[in-house]
Design a binder for this molecule. Sequence first.
Ligand SMILES: [Zn+2]
Length: 215
Amino acid sequence: MRTTVAALHAELVRYDLVAWTAGNVSGRVPGEDLFVIKPSGVSYDELTPENMVVCDLDGNLVEGAHAPSSDTAAHAYVYRHMPEVGGVVHTHSTYASAWAARGEPIPCVLTAMADEFGGEIPVGPFALIGDDSIGQGIVATLAGHRSPAVLMQNHGVFTIGKDPKAAVKAAVMCEDVARTVHVARQLGEPLPIKPEHVDRLYDRYQNVYGQRSPR
Ligand SMILES: [Zn+2]
């Protein structure tokens, strides 16, 4: 899991989802009440399996020479309250965070959104770092949605997956649709997709490809 989580951070860079060190990936250790997360403040090209940090589900450091990411409490809260989740990603990716800055959900106006998110990408509450409020906001918002992504108001994106790779994919797709819907908005009002069509697209994509939603 250290190897997987370290390597997946390169995808955040490759897809231009992060500036400086503002983004992180974590992965639950199978069969253990532990997860692996990025060390705080270490640049992406310096990440190795060895300098990843292992925490328990309360966010306490269990193993590692570095302090864990400052978002560790939020990741830990998600793992504690969503046992089906095996990976969590956080970014401030540009277009998705612009929707978050307005507190506006991204409407489901693309078939790729219906496939991956099963509807709109919802907005979670404004929350300050430092306690469980970000984690609570993520879990409370995603509990009522098929979406594996939530836009935390005035902040950025958190995504979940059955494993860390699925959560990274959701973060990449979230930014992609945020950008496209933003561009569409510049020229008019995007057309909604009927709920029954959203359901059919979601069902087909999640089943045909065997990439079952984590929930
Ligand atoms: Zn953040």
